[in-house]
Design a protein around this ligand. Structure first.
Ligand code: GLV
Length: 316
C-alpha cells in the first residue's frame, strides 16, 4: 500500500506531480480547523504544511509512527517545532532559494509604495475624491540615491540590496556575522543595528523569527530611526512590536511603513488599519505564479525524496 501524504492546503497543481504514486489527501483551500487537521493527519508518512499550520508535537503524535517528513511550503519555519521533529526522527524541509528574488521584489514594491504613498493615492482615486493634479499632492521622499539599511543579510536581503543598487542607493546591512564576499559583491557596508537605524532612510527587515529577533524593532529602535524614515517588513510580523510601530507612524516619527507580515495574522493591529501612512499587504511576499509553482514542486520533491529513502534537496 502506498504511503500517505497529507497536503494541508490546496497548492499549485505542479506541486502534486512529484507526489504521484503516493496516497495523497489535499485538505482545503482555507486553513484547516485544528481538529480537522489532527484527524486528517492520522497515518501520514509525509505532511506538506504551510505557515498557517502549527506543526507541533501534538500534530506529529496525531500522525503517528509512520511520519517521516514535514515539508513546509515556506522558507521560514517558525511554525514547525524542530525539537519535536528531531525527537521523533522526522525530517523537516523548507523552500529556500526559489523565492528570494520574488520576495525581494515584494519588499522593494512595499518600499516604493510606502515612500510614494501609493495606497493613499489608490484610496483617493477609488473614493471619487480626486479633484485635480496638485503641486503638493501626495509627495513623499525620493527613493533613488538614498540609503537602505537591511537587517539580516541572507539571500533575500542580498537580492534586496541588488535592487537598491539599481536605484543608486547606498546599502548598509547588519547581521549576526559579517559576510565579506557578499559585501564586496554588492558594495554593502556592515554596521551595528544602532548605526543602521540612525543613518538609513529606508530600513528593510529580512531576519528569521527567533527568540532574539522577536520585537527586534520596538519603541526604542523606532526612536533611533531617522525622522522621516520608512520601515519595510517582509520577514515575520513579530520581528516588529506592532503597537510601537503604530504609535511611531501616528506621531509622524517615521514617514511610513510597508508591511507584508503581522504579529497575529490575519489580524492586523487596529491602530495600523486607521493610518494612512502604512501600506498593508496580506503576506504575499513569495506570491508570484512562477515562484509558488517552484515552492510547491520543491516541497513535494522533498517529501518524495524522504519517502523513497533519499536525501531531500532542502532540509532545514
Ligand atoms: C513566507 O513567508 C515564507 O517564509 O516563505
Amino acid at each position: 500500500m502506498s504511503e500517505k501524504v497529507l497536503v494541508t492546503r490546496e497548492i499549485p497543481e505542479a506541486g502534486l506531480r512529484p507526489l504521484e504514486g503516493f496516497d495523497v489527501t489535499v485538505l482545503s483551500e482555507r486553513p484547516p480547523e485544528r481538529g480537522e487537521l489532527l484527524e486528517a493527519v492520522r497515518g501520514a508518512s509525509g505532511i506538506l504544511a504551510t505557515l498557517t499550520e502549527q506543526v507541533d508535537a501534538e500534530l506529529m503524535n496525531a500522525a503517528g509512527e509512520d511520519l517521516k517528513v514535514v515539508a513546509n511550503l515556506a522558507v521560514g519555519y517558525d511554525n514547525v517545532d524542530l525539537e519535536a521533529a528531531r525527537e521523533r526522527g522526522v525530517v523537516v524541509t523548507n523552500t529556500p532559494d526559489v523565492l528570494d528574488e520574488t520576495t525581494a521584489d515584494t519588499a522593494f514594491m512595499l518600499l516604493l509604495a510606502a515612500a510614494r504613498r501609493l495606497g493613499e493615492g489608490e484610496r483617493i482615486v477609488r473614493s471619487g475624491k480626486w479633484e485635480a493634479w496638485g503641486p503638493k499632492m501626495l509627495t513623499g521622499p525620493d527613493v533613488w540615491g538614498k540609503t537602505l539599511g537591511v537587517v539580516g543579510f541572507g539571500r533575500i536581503a542580498q537580492a534586496m540590496a541588488r535592487r537598491a543598487s539599481g536605484f543608486g542607493m547606498e546599502v548598509l546591512y547588519t547581521a549576526r556575522s559579517r559576510k565579506e564576499d557578499a559585501e564586496n559583491e554588492l558594495g554593502a557596508r556592515y554596521v551595528e543595528l544602532d548605526e543602521l537605524l540612525r543613518t538609513s532612510d529606508f530600513v528593510s527587515l529580512h531576519t528569521p523569527l527567533t527568540e532574539e529577533t522577536t520585537h527586534l524593532i520596538g519603541a526604542g529602535e523606532l526612536e533611533k530611526m531617522k525622522p522621516g524614515a520608512v520601515l519595510v517588513n517582509t520577514s515575520r510580523g513579530p520581528v516588529i512590536d506592532e503597537g510601537a510601530l503604530a504609535d511611531a507612524l501616528a506621531d509622524g516619527r517615521i514617514f511610513a511603513a510597508g508591511l507584508d507580515v503581522y504579529e497575529e495574522e490575519p489580524t492586523v493591529h487596529p491602530k495600523l488599519l486607521e493610518l494612512e501612512n502604512v501600506v498593508l499587504a496580506p503576506h504575499i511576499g513569495s506570491a508570484s505564479i512562477e515562484t509558488r509553482d517552484k515552492m510547491a514542486v520543491l516541497a513535494a520533491e522533498n517529501i518524495s525524496a524522504v519517502l523513497r529513502g533519499e536525501e531531500p534537496k532542502t532540509p532545514v
